[in-house]
Design a protein around this ligand. Sequence first.
Ligand SMILES: Nc1ncnc2c1ncn2[C@@H]1O[C@H](COP(=O)(O)OP(=O)(O)O)[C@@H](O)[C@H]1O
Ligand SMILES: [Mg+2]
Length: 242
Amino acid sequence: MIEIRNLKKNFEGKPVLKGINLDIPEGKTTVILGPSGQGKTVLLKNIIGLYKPDYGKIVVDGVDITKLKKSQLFEVRKKFAFVFQGGALFDFLTVKENLALYLRMHLKMRENEIEKKVKEVLRVVGMTGTEDLYPEELSGGMKKRVAIARAVISAPKYILYDEPTTGLDRTNARAVNNLINKLKREYGVTSIVVTHDIECMKTVADQVALLKEGRIIFVGNEEEVEEKHLDYLYELEAEHAV
Ligand SMILES: Nc1ncnc2c1ncn2[C@@H]1O[C@H](COP(=O)(O)OP(=O)(O)O)[C@@H](O)[C@H]1O
Ligand SMILES: [Mg+2]
């Protein structure tokens, strides 16, 4: 469980997060919906301790991470995996080597175990047989799925997705959304998804939080959002229409 309390973050005196309050329940997917430039990425970076907030608490399984030293933070961070917006695969490494990195460096797994684990996660993301390909040989959708495979391979408790469907066509976006649900089902992970994609929210969210001008203005399920904040959804759609 993650509890965010009155979280504030400024950049050069400009407030971006103005007092975020949100609970992230376990084993569920929380979608934080909001337009571009509103601090979604900044919020995720605060949750994994990459940024230090100016004010407030982030309590992860009972521990306020804003108070931790670097070495203690490093331990807590093992609970998290982050799927970056760009995918962030290493271009000079094959799919298998990209996936094996964590297992080799942090877990010191043996080669045959690594082989097995890589195969397993590639099967889960529907990418069986792509071990020896390089990122440049993959489509955008495939890269994203490898990035998700790399997130899940470290057996995280929490997976944070930054705009997982942005830049993908409908078919690939749908595949990624289904995958987020599959990881919840099969591994019981707790996920936080930040996005402006309403379709994504509808497909993956157990809980929706609406971000507006640096604050969470509403938390509820999809039906409640549609009932009480349809105007918010229309505005968001209009802003991101192409
Ligand atoms: N490292 C940084 N230094 C200065 N300003 C930043 C930094 N990171 C983010 N910002 C600012 O914070 C605001 C929110 O950014 P961001 O979280 O990336 O938005 P979103 O992910 O919702 O599109 C933007 O105005 C951005 O310019
Ligand atoms: Mg962002």
